[in-house]
Design a protein around this ligand. Sequence first.
Ligand code: NAP
Length: 293
Amino acid sequence: MTLPQVGYIGLGIMGRPTALNLIKAGYSLHVYARRTESTQPLTDAGAVAYDSPKALAAVADIIFLNVSDTPDVEQVLLGKGGIAESARQGQIVIDMSTILPVQTRQMALRLAEKDITLLDAPVSGGEAGAIAGTLSIMVGGPQAAFERAKPLLDVLGKNIVHVGESGAGQVAKACNQIVVAGTIAAVAEAITFARRNDVDAAKVREALMGGFAGSKILEVHGKRMLDHDFKPGFKSRLHQKDMHIVLDTARQLGLSLPISSQTTQLINGLLGLGEGELDSSAIIKVIERMSQQ
Ligand code: NAP
């Protein structure tokens, strides 16, 4: 069986290791990035670099995107020099970026006019999951395209769920971020509470890990908070973007999400401190500042 030619656009914290895993699995990889620093680790591993998404799309059958935000996906797909300009019948685009569900559905319809299928396939599991190939992948889009994409997704993730039609993967990812952001804020409050009571916060985390308060967030982000090590990970400015996806969608639906609203204010405060490039566990800095810790 001939393997498909695979394209990859968006080679940052998440894209770089996932793209490398596809090369390790034997796929021929074609990459595009705005900066050569981003393509270098991939071309060193055997990928071929192109000077536009359009040029890459002329050779790739299945194309991954892992860029920052909704306008970036739109630009790469439908902008000048974008993928749609050299569309080929039967191509699949797998968008792993976290973006707005509504825009995803609109872009999927525009690409369908050119016989390209857009799957939304946002992920959870962070940089560590991307490196290990153990991501959770939440997929929206047609069943047939999902089945064609599945062997590649199996290389990148362990928990791969076809959630529903176009946009359903992005809805699932927004749900993920509601839980993640709220839990990060709760863990930050708990660690600050322990410290203000002159109790060893590391011991508190250790005790909590075995009970109902135990979670991946307490384990991973809690450790970052204890160490005050906020190297990303997941940049706060991207978490702010995700919370605005949640709140914008909720506003359109007339849906009240009080916890998510409050958590967003904490992330806004962190960006106000000029710390948008820090990992989102740095939310604890805002809690500490409010309490003069
Ligand atoms: P990142 O390190 O900032 O990387 C983003 C990459 O996208 C960069 O290499 C950037 O290229 C490229 N890019 C952005 N806009 C572009 C455009 N208009 N055209 C071409 N390339 C563009 O971000 P990341 O952490 O990998 O996150 C990527 C996506 O995954 C985001 O949607 C994020 O919310 C989501 N996500 C992240 C994590 C995590 O833990 N980091 C977890 C789950 C989901 P340049 O290098 O040229 O600027």
